[in-house]
Design a protein around this ligand. Sequence first.
Ligand code: F3S
Length: 411
Amino acid sequence: MNLSREEQEMLDGKFGAGVQKAMELLVAVGECYDAERMVPVASVHLVSSNLNAGKGGALFIKDMAEKGSGVVIPATTNPSSIEPWSWKEMGFTEETRREQISISGDLKKMGCFICDTCTPYLIGHVPRFGEHVAWGESSAVIYANSVLGARTNREGGATGLAAAITGRVPECGNHLDKNRCGTLKIAVNANIKGDTDYSTLGYFAGRIAEDRVPIFAGIPPSVTADELKYLGAGLATSGSVSLFHVISVTPEASTEEVATGSKRIRSSDTFEFGPRELEEAEESLSKAGPEEADLVILGCPHYSISQIKNCAQLLSERKVKNNKEIWILVSHAIKQYAMDIGLAQIIESTGARLASNTCPNPMPRGFFRKRGFRTVATESAKMAYYVRMTQDVSCFLGSMDRIIDAVTSKA
Ligand code: F3S
């Protein structure tokens, strides 16, 4: 790779052992992907739960902190393995808590913002159009690339931290213009609305796209940022998609020609998403009825204040039925906002819980079974996919209003 003088000095150890190790890692990755050079990045979003990091990841982070490394650009963190405020009531163990606190403490020491959310863009971490960043967490990466028009690959925990310490990543993948053009098309003919439909569309399209860049035609300009958030999360679940375009909606897709870089998409690469595909995709993830659910999980990715408002309206003057729980996943900053304007009180008076800074994905395997949960209901295709895989529970996938109606009764 061609390194600048400063990058070469980082590699030679002039800025300390931590920076040197970080640059060695980035150069090795760059060589794997035939990157010609490094590109400066403006920010990092780090996957940092103790379960995702594992013992090796935790040691790497500790080693970097002990070497005196600090982050040189803003760096936020993804959900942790515990709910820091209600971990005992929610059934987390002291061991999980201790491990998570250790990792978060090391990252804080290096200058990271421990916000523990997969929607950092809802709390002020918003890259500008065309800006190079180094983000981890598939749903955040795809949102940054597609909806904000920033440029990032899917960084792992180690490369993300190395980027935060050096302010660089190898220039490859989504950082290059040539890799950002749409190569297959999804023609949406179903009447889709709401987070669940969009997340199901994403799940359907991700299976076809795998690691390619899909473009969507037929999505109305009235689609909301939250619906695009759910579309992206679904795409990044069934495929390793990290960028999509919606014609006339997302910033690199003013027309189909712009989205494809003037290349024609072959008819064999065009797929229809009609009412039948919507129904089949939803059924492939939904194997139980909503009334069977003993645990409801909403907010995957973490909810915005608009979604919380919608949820509070549906829950108002209702009570969660006996032996059922509702967890609504949010960042703590958004929870604080919901508390300030009275929405959190409405939600929690029904028996539902606003669980901040965590997510079931980095929770220990089997945690739900141990807590006695057998069936989860969710409005997110991503959550439906992961809880079935990691928590050995059956699942209902459907809209928030259908779920709330089934698991609550009039107060
Ligand atoms: Fe976020 Fe966890 Fe879903 S990280 S996108 S709430 S699986």
